[in-house]
Design a protein around this ligand. Sequence first.
Ligand code: GLU
Length: 298
Amino acid sequence: MMTSARYIGRFAPSPTGPLHLGSLVSAVGSYLDAIAHGGQWLVRMEDLDPPREEPGAADRILKSLDAHGLHWHGPLCRQSQRHKRYDERLAELAGRELTYACHCSRAQIRRRGGHDNDGCRATREEQGPSAVRLKCAGGEEHFDDIWHGAQHQAIAEDTILRRRDGLYAYQLAVVADDIDQGITHIVRGADLLETSGAQQRLFRLFGAAVPQFGHLPLVMNPGGQKLSKQNQAPALDDRRPSANLVQALGFLGFHVPPGLEAETPEAILHWATARWQRHQVDRRNREPAQIAQTGTGH
Ligand code: GLU
């Protein structure tokens, strides 16, 4: 067991469908990294976008985590109960004149160079709802990712903080939550690597410490797409949690001994926590069938 003074990690699923193997890899990777460092592992339900949610998915995800022995510390955080906090954070930025109302579609703002260049001010009288964007003024954000190393991300577009439909945007909510939950390590799927620079910018604007980022490999389908709820990735079968965990561990580079699958989920996670080593995770995105050839061995 490695030790560290303070580590608070998290898993933050969106309830757009049940967990699949790719989400299990993120859950297990973030769990093992936190627990192996003597840290805490929190779960946050990102139920911020009701139109995209699947009824019952949030409960199903929580039951699935439980069935896989992935028990979180402390109370569950639900974004749907934190709108007041997001209002406060938005007001804080608006009070510092760091926001503007924007009527542009994504294509329009890109054509305008991605940043507030008075284009929106000119159309402020335009009818219809507007989004709220952060005045980013471009520039780059630099950080070291646990698995992807040095990152230099250009802030190519003013970050949306509240969408045109009035819903809070992911970037504002996730940063507000990570700050309030005292998250020190953000370990999640590599599809979110590109969002990290904009998030780092927000952490800094709020005067908060920036967590360590770590982006885990994605499980791909045979068509070369990331397994996702949108492309109908099969839901995890909660009746065989040990087999699912062994598959996720194989993907994360563990050489799992024969017989481990017969153990309880808790015993399997205990076994893996004692052997977790970051450098043995292969950061390449790949299909589960390629696990055997790429596992480097914990
Ligand atoms: N809710 C996001 C998702 O399910 C993850 C957010 C995060 O980990 O920062 O893709």
